[in-house]
Design a protein around this ligand. Structure first.
Ligand SMILES: *Cc1c(COP(=O)(O)O)cnc(C)c1O
Length: 414
């Protein structure tokens, strides 16, 4: 039996329907999350409705997986049409849906090839395998010795190999033994990266902006320095744009904002339009070409339903409106939030429609602020104690964005 906590901020106004739904989940779903006390029943655009009919502005957008809004009509139509044709063939056969998707995604990224997978973690795992093979077969690193440089504060997913190079105890405790072959350096420090590169280095794996760590933006010029160093040292630059990419920061990729082209893009989250899990490794033939039949695979990777939705996502991004919208609305969001610094807020970071807001401890924890926002009809999520992260769907309108800033100001008591 589960005892509902009472008396905490978020339970104020919790109704029988909400309490029953939460209790059912607590009783039978593993407790690997600590959700805010709201039970969503349906959603449209930037708004969700709970089991009691109360509406909330979704300012998390499933960690950017819902960049184009809940129930985006174009994406739902693409999914519906494909549902009636064929949804799964496996890669044992070709499907008519896969070709248009991989061609369009490669073109969007300016690369030759796409390896379609499902979740973000799978894209990262796949890139690790590709980078190691590339190191042995192309660069000539001695067998079994390839190293991949990663960043302090990284978040790349939850598989055993990926948590092997995490420095977050919440992600690693109890999961040893870990996969070797990774070297961690401080994020934002190009000199430390350069010093860590040796003859066995296959790749540098990094988030252009660290999402989970608190929307950490590296110093200006850092990504360009990483590009210059990796190109000179013949090391692959792998940009994990799973959260930062596909419109969120006002560009197709956050690397675009820094004038940088990595060797490998990792995509996920919004690539599935909030409909199905779709991820991808995108790179040129000299990199992805190391994969040969049987050397890697996925039963669901590149399935027709995923490809149909992913193609429509790529078509939308090719038009550029989402990126422009995130840029313009993002400036409005950051102007509104920056005015709160010194009034319950100690720092605001981010790019485009993405913000990490550090809460003054005098005001409470980030979770306290998220619970207050919930009462005010705003969904947001804390990360690492004192940071609230905001990533509203890009389809949000100006009035709703202003509502978000107003309610945020009230929630921090400014
Ligand atoms: C979410 C995320 C992942 C993992 O994606 P999943 O689909 O949850 O496996 C990897 N990298 C980054 C930067 C992410 O934000």
């Amino acid at each position: 039996m589960t005892t509902m906590q009472t008396g905490s901020l978020g339970d104020v106004g919790t109704t029988p329907a909400t309490a029953a739904a939460i209790e059912q989940v607590e009783a039978h779903a593993a407790h690997n999350y600590h959700p805010l006390p709201v039970v969503v029943e349906e959603a449209s655009g930037a708004w969700v409705t709970d089991v009691d009919g109360r509406r909330y502005l979704d300012c998390l957008a499933a960690y950017s997986a819902v960049n184009f809004g809940h129930g985006n009509p174009r994406l739902i139509a693409a999914a519906h049409a494909q549902l009636d044709r064929v949804t799964l063939t496996s890669r044992a056969f070709h499907s008519a849906a896969l070709g248009p998707f991989v061609e369009a995604l490669a073109a969007l990224a300016g690369k030759d090839m796409v390896l379609p997978m499902n979740t973000g973690a799978e894209a990262v795992e796949s890139a690790i395998k590709v980078a190691r093979r590339w190191a042995y077969e192309v660069k000539g690193v001695p067998a079994g010795q390839a190293e991949i440089i990663v960043m302090e504060g990284n978040f790349h997913g939850r598989t055993t190999t990926i948590v092997s190079f995490s420095d977050d105890p919440d992600a690693t405790t109890g999961y040893a033994p870990f996969t070797p072959g990774f070297v961690r350096v401080p994020f934002g420090d190009a000199a430390a990266l350069e010093a860590a590169i040796g003859p066995r280095t296959a790749a540098v794996l990094l988030e252009p902006i660290q999402g989970e760590a608190g929307i950490n933006v590296p110093p200006p010029g850092y990504l360009r320095a990483v590009r210059e160093i990796t190109a000179r040292e013949r090391v692959l630059m792998i940009a994990d744009e799973i959260q930062s990419g596909l419109g969120r920061t006002g560009a197709t990729f956050q690397c675009d904002n820094e004038g940088v082209v990595p060797d490998v893009y990792l995509l996920g989250k919004a690539l599935g339009g909030g409909v199905v899990p779709v991820s991808a490794v995108v790179a040129d033939r000299d990199v992805l070409g190391v994969l040969t039949p049987g050397s890697h695979g996925s039963t669901f990777g590149g399935n027709p339903l995923a490809a149909a939705v992913g193609l429509e996502v790529v078509r939308m991004l090719a038009e550029g409106e989402m990126q422009a919208r995130a840029r313009e609305l993002g400036a409005r969001l950051h102007a509104g939030l920056s005015a709160l610094i010194g009034h319950g807020v100690t720092a605001v970071r981010g790019a485009g429609l993405w913000a990490g807001i550090d809460i003054d401890p005098a005001v409470g924890t980030a979770r306290d602020v998220c619970l207050r926002l919930l009462e005010r009809g705003i969904l947001a999520k804390d990360t690492h104690g004192q940071t609230v992260r905001l990533a509203p769907p890009i389809v949000i309108d100006e009035a709703d964005l202003d509502l978000l800033v107003r309610e945020f100001r009230a929630a921090v008591g400014a």
